[in-house]
Design a protein around this ligand. Structure first.
Ligand SMILES: [Cu+2]
Length: 389
């Protein structure tokens, strides 16, 4: 029995390891792409840490039952079968246990769906320590149902110039007025002069960025409050490509289409586009999605984003990229003959590079620059890429 258990465990672990060892755009890869956002991290954990082990155990259990039945109860081993047809206890168990399993799965699943669906509205208040003040006020001006009501809706971070440090409720500070229009954060010791006191409040959370890799499948990482979007990206699908626009930056827009086979590498063929989307790293991006002709779907696995683009209707989703780099997705709704030829490419860049890119696009659209950044060397390639050399 112990041996059997060891084999079952070994098999399950083997599948898990095989499933987690692949990287982005791996030929023949079977796992999800590596996560590049806290939500995607949670989606990965939900799949690899909850669903995969459960389904592995169920499959092995059913397989064992099948083998047992066919060996023990075949016509040779069991020539005179018994005649009963019901077993109340067994029938209650095989209905009840799956219900319990589904209920267990549903809890983290609903939580995750909620997080993905509700646009983050967290806000950040920054104050300066002066070596004397111990009370700092956080304005709790959220709608009633979204107000800061519990200690976990408020995070306090101090930065004395040598790096940001998250403080602990009760040990480092106490909260007064939770659920009221003003929440007072009282420090145990006054923050030193020149120390930045950062208060982040709100109900939208995701896995903290920079969650250590080793912890991803064992622990759930700390939750961080997600701040409200700093920009909106408009996505409009059509046969065959995507139209993107940036309403917060002058509403410039451009068309993004697949890069022909002879202009890209075999690995990036069907993934690379002529004009990429560019977004700033670490900021919440609101994405509103629609389509001009038929239903498409805008999907970006590294951010756990997949949303239908429906003509005459606007869908909304958000993401926050943890790391800079280029991330690929594709239309994920069978939309016609060239469905496979409308990829999505997102370039995540630092804020200064993003602003420089915005200004370059504004210039192309005949608008004046919005940001004055001359210090960033911007190497614009033919395909509209913002990546600095
Ligand atoms: Cu499509």
């Amino acid at each position: 029995m112990k041996k059997l258990l060891a084999i079952i465990l070994g098999l399950g672990l083997g599948i898990l390891v095989a499933a987690t060892a692949s990287a982005q755009l791996t030929p023949g890869g079977i796992d999800m792409q590596p996560a590049n956002s806290g939500i995607a991290e949670e989606v990965r954990f939900f799949h690899n840490g909850i669903l995969l082990p459960i389904i592995t155990v169920i499959c092995l259990f059913v397989l064992a039952l099948l083998i047992w039945v066919s060996v023990r109860y075949n016509a040779k081993a069991n020539p005179t079968p018994r005649k009963f047809s019901h077993n109340t206890l067994l029938e209650v168990a095989w209905t009840g246990i799956p219900i319990i399993i589904l209920l267990i799965i549903s809890l983290p699943s609903f939580e995750l769906l909620f997080k993905e669906d509700v646009m983050p509205d967290g806000k950040q208040v920054v104050a300066m320590g002066d070596g004397q003040t111990v009370d700092f006020v956080f304005n709790n001006d959220f709608p009633k149902t979204r107000m800061v009501e519990r200690a976990r809706h408020l995070q306090v971070i101090v930065d004395d110039g040598s790096g940001a440090r998250a403080l602990k409720n009760r040990a480092d500070y106490t909260l007064d007025g939770l659920g009221d229009p003003e929440v007072v954060v009282s420090f145990a010791t006054p923050p030193a002069s020149g120390t930045r006191v950062i208060m982040r409040g709100g109900r939208s959370t995701q896995n903290a960025s920079g969650c250590p890799k080793a912890k991803r499948y064992t622990d759930r990482c700390d939750q961080e409050i997600v701040l409200a979007p700093t920009m909106t990206l408009k996505v409009d699908g059509f046969q065959w490509g995507w139209n993107y626009s940036y309403p917060d930056f002058g509403d410039f827009e451009y068309v993004s289409k697949i890069l022909p086979k002879d202009q890209t590498t075999p690995e990036l063929w069907l993934r690379e586009v002529d004009n990429r989307i560019v977004v700033p790293v670490g900021e919440t991006v609101r994405v509103i999605v629609t389509a001009k002709d038929v239903i498409h779907a805008w999907a970006l696995p590294a951010f756990a984003v997949k949303i239908d683009a429906v003509p005459g209707r606007i869908n909304e989703i958000w993401f926050q990229a943890d790391r800079v780099g280029v991330y690929y997705g594709q239309c994920s709704e069978i939309c016609g003959i060239e469905h496979a030829y409308m990829p999505i490419a997102v370039e995540v860049v630092s804020r200064p590079v993003f602003e420089a890119w915005v200004d370059s696009q504004r210039t192309l659209a005949g608008l004046d620059p919005m940001f004055e950044i001359n210090s960033v060397k911007l190497a614009r390639t033919e395909n509209n890429s913002a990546a600095a050399e």
